[in-house]
Design a protein around this ligand. Sequence first.
Ligand code: G3P
Ligand code: MG
Length: 237
Amino acid sequence: MLIFAHRGASGIEPENTLRAIRTALDANVDGIEIDIHQVEDKLVVIHDRWLHRTTSGNGQIKHYSFEQLRALDAGKGEVIPTLDEVLELTANKCLVNIELKGINDIQVLFNCLDNAKATHGFEHQQLLISSYNHRLLHLIKQQRSELTIGALTSCYPLEYAKFAEKLDAYSVHLDVDFISEHFVSDAHQRGLKVFVYTVDELDDIKALKAMGVDGIFSNFPTRTKAHIAHLIDNGAS
Ligand code: G3P
Ligand code: MG
């Protein structure tokens, strides 16, 4: 079962910062999940549209210029990173799951990915692009079929993982509150991986492992990895 650091090692460091990502890399995670928004022709790594929860700013991202956003404190003196900075830091190290939040122009993302490949050697095989915005994922697949996408849902769909298969996704990302053995088996029959968020409790980790889930997003990747190692030592499948 793969471990993705959710927003970096966000349980112990300011979420979606380079500091949280470095901590996740130090924990030897399999992957790192980040959230991105577009500002002007740049992509910044932050979860919320509103700034007050995670930064020293107030109001919405859209009312800030890129330079103004970069002047904010994102926690422990960190700045809000750009996607390019994250791709440079993680190149050739682990999977990177970019979750698309506020994106207006998909070409800006393609340009950033192409530039990261040319400049930092960040290979597209390291990449998993996910979103709750399935129309955006569909557009990405139409324009750049080689990119790997993950279909996010926070509901339990009527036709299980069919929506993700229709999107030609690699994986389906489900909320831990709605996962079931039946859903996992349906997704696997469709050739999809199942990744579950957000999982930090030992009992959940055990249950998901027994269900055959392929990966989990954790805010505390070091502790979660230790839990899994312990389960394996004790003969869990
Ligand atoms: O990508 C998994 C998870 O991050 C989705 O929800 O709100 O934490 O971005 P959220
Ligand atoms: Mg996310």
